[in-house]
Design a protein around this ligand. Sequence first.
Ligand code: ATP
Length: 299
Amino acid sequence: MLKLENITKYYGDFLAVDKLTFEVKEGEIFGLLGVNGAGKTTTFRMIMGLLEPSDGSVTLDGKKIDYSVTDKIGFLTEERSLLTKMTVKEQCLFYGTLKGMSEDKILSRLKELLEKFEISEYYDKKIKELSKGNQQKIQFITAIINEPKLLILDEPFSGLDPFNVELFKSEIVEMAKKGSIIIFSSHRMEHVELFCKKLVVLKNGKPVLEGELSDIKEKYRKKNILVKGDIDLDKIRTLDGVIEIIEKPLEFEIKIDNIEVAENVFKIVSKGKNVTKFDVVEPSLNEIFIAKVGESYEK
Ligand code: ATP
């Protein structure tokens, strides 16, 4: 288990992370989120043992994280760190050796992963000759070559097309199923929602939202109703608890204060014509974020 207890980081007088506490168990994918400058990179670095916390502790299975556990850790940073003059094979040998793997093990794992990501033909190609998306795949492969127990993924899907996003996603889910502890960070809330049952959202180094995604949504209480048909929007607008109606290209989205309001909306919608849809749905994480943090999560 990864455990952060009250970790705090000051840069001089500036408080970048303020008593952050959470734990992530084997097999869990945990979302560590926040606006730019919220303290995510600082937290990642403290988890990796690259930055000493001013206070508090980080442990993996009860032990402090330092160089002795490098072989158990994988990290995909937002700043890409490929050695572009090297070939794919040389690159992986370099990183794999740093993680204490034998050459045979590195090369067999590399071949398996290149096949999985459908880029076996790049084995002997220089990194700089690869497209941005394929470089991203190599970066991911170097992060997971040692089958890390703890994997930190910062914006892992940037630069990938939807097909390759799916390939990455299934690999991440598979790693979690095999027992890895995964910390996932992204500004793309739709990815976070798919992956992370638990998360923390930081603002100025402090959590503004934390816990199970389902609890966060339940506590938020507000709901959205999706309706297709010719309905009396003006009448719906006058109902207590109706916050806003958004007219989308194919449907209306009626934002309501709580689930009880849905019944009154339904009474009006049922008198409409050609009604083919009435769905009460949870607000998206992005919507909750905007409400809680006061700015959009999307970059
Ligand atoms: P982003 O999403 O933009 O990458 P972040 O959430 O990763 O942001 P951090 O890089 O952890 O944020 O920075 C948190 C705060 O600490 C910011 O206000 C930043 O300016 C400050 N900070 C980061 N590194 C240092 C440093 N070495 N010295 C002083 N202040 C720093």
